[in-house]
Design a protein around this ligand. Structure first.
Ligand code: GLA
Length: 428
């Protein structure tokens, strides 16, 4: 009898959680905000204003230029789409900029094999001052989004109190559940509470949100990438364990393709976001993106590592006096990925390491593929723990077995290392 009661309670408890089974790997897609902001001037700037046209054009690019097939399937609207509320209190889009409504855009996205994301704010107003979702509107707004066949909701946290957010985010998770439509839930809640316990309860977040913004907004500069990265690294003991399939930390959008990063910096952001199991939301003009930037964002190994099914977030494992930092992410199939990240500003640098320094222990044989951005694949084998490895952080070359090198200063390099069972047997 006691057991039955406990089971029953457990089931009732689960009803409150977000049970959508979505985002078993980090979401990938396109989000309007960083690049297109709140440009609502469609008279002056019809090509770039927040409008149906912009989203349809990005949908076309996602479908036609290889993005969708690599996994970039979310087409996400951000702030500044709302026109107001109708007589029944339902949200309506700006009628001039979204003349056919959001349901029409969702249908268009679905017809191309994409998913549509939308933005609202748990509060009186969105961050740019459009009508928000107050507590009494949570259920209605969730139903409205579901009726439009929306696939993801980013719920921001401007213009609300901590108390309202503490009630509103779980309430929205339950309301989304109750619609019966699987809608991925992106919560900005922790970012508004300083991102850290005790104010942020990450186990609760993991139960009610699929992803969450922990920290500041990304702006179009390398300084912003570094400050966000530094915050995530500083708090990695807290943040790293809470991420996993269906629940991701979100360090915010990729800047690749915009104006603030050099080519090497863009590659670095991609590598670092990959190793951090971060959502890969591009926010750039896909109509005009350069082939070089496309190569960065479409790097198949990068995407494969980001989307690894184990879903373990990587950590920084070494910070050298030489300003080289090493990040490591465990992957499925006894594999792992490494990023060698140089903060040096002088010149290419020879970085020497060994498998044991990189936390590879035991008498195993490791297979190393160094196949980062240039797309080429060089590989070799090295015996742990004595093997000494040497990377010149500069470019990618094919190298002899045991001597591995890749990428350059200022760039993030990614290696994938895999314990080879076959080899291990023969070396034990
Ligand atoms: C906040 C969010 C951003 C963006 C803007 C829109 O600043 O953190 O990602 O959604 O609001 O106003």
């Amino acid at each position: 009898m006691l057991l039955r009661t406990v089971l029953l309670l457990a089931l009732v408890g689960q009803g409150l959680l977000l049970e959508n089974g979505l985002l078993r790997t980090p979401p990938m897609g396109w989000l309007a905000w960083e690049r297109f902001r709140c440009n609502i001037d469609c008279d002056e700037d019809p090509e770039n204003c927040i409008s149906e046209r912009l989203f349809m054009e990005m949908a076309d690019r996602l479908a036609q230029d290889g993005w969708r097939d690599l996994g970039y399937v979310y087409l996400n609207i951000d702030d500044c789409w709302i026109g107001g509320r109708d007589a029944e209190g339902r949200l309506v889009p700006d009628s001039k900029r979204f003349p056919h409504g959001i349901g029409f855009l969702a249908d268009y996205a679905h017809s191309l094999g994409l998913k549509l994301g939308i933005y609202e704010d748990m509060g009186n107003l969105t961050c740019m001052g459009y009508p928000g979702t107050t507590l009494d509107k949570v259920d209605l707004d969730a139903q409205t989004f579901a009726s439009w066949k929306v696939d993801m909701l980013k719920l921001d946290g401007c213009f609300s109190t901590s108390e309202e957010r503490a009630l509103g985010y779980p309430k929205m998770a339950a309301a989304l559940n109750a619609t019966g439509r699987p809608i991925a839930f992106s919560c900005s809640w922790p970012a508004y509470e300083g991102g850290l316990p005790p104010k942020v309860n990450y186990s609760l977040l993991a139960d009610i949100c699929n992803l969450w913004r922990n920290y500041d907004d990304m702006q179009d500069s390398w300084r912003d990438v570094l400050s966000i990265l530094d915050w995530f690294v500083k708090h990695q003991d807290i943040l790293q364990p809470v991420a996993g399939p269906g629940r991701w930390n979100d360090p915010d959008m990729l800047l690749v393709g915009n104006f603030g990063l050099s080519f090497e910096q863009a590659r670095s952001q991609m590598a670092l976001w990959t190793i951090l199991a971060a959502p890969l939301f591009m926010s750039t003009d896909l109509r005009t993106i350069s082939p070089q930037n496309m190569d960065i964002l479409q790097n198949p190994l990068m995407i494969k590592i980001n989307q690894d099914p184990l879903g373990i977030q990587g950590r920084r494992i070494l910070k050298e006096k030489s300003h080289i930092e090493v990040f490591k992410r465990p992957l499925s199939g006894e594999a792992s990925a490494l990023v060698f990240f140089s903060r040096r500003t002088d010149m290419p640098y020879h970085y020497h390491s060994s498998l044991s320094q990189l936390n590879y222990t035991g008498s195993k044989m490791y297979e190393v593929s160094a196949s980062a951005f240039p797309g080429g694949l060089c590989w070799g084998a090295a015996r742990s723990p004595m093997a000494s490895l040497s990377w010149e952080l500069w470019g990618l070359w094919r190298v002899p077995v045991g001597q591995l090198q890749a990428l350059r200063a200022e760039a993030g390099a990614i290696f994938q290392t895999r314990v080879s069972r076959l080899c291990r047997r023969s070396w034990v």
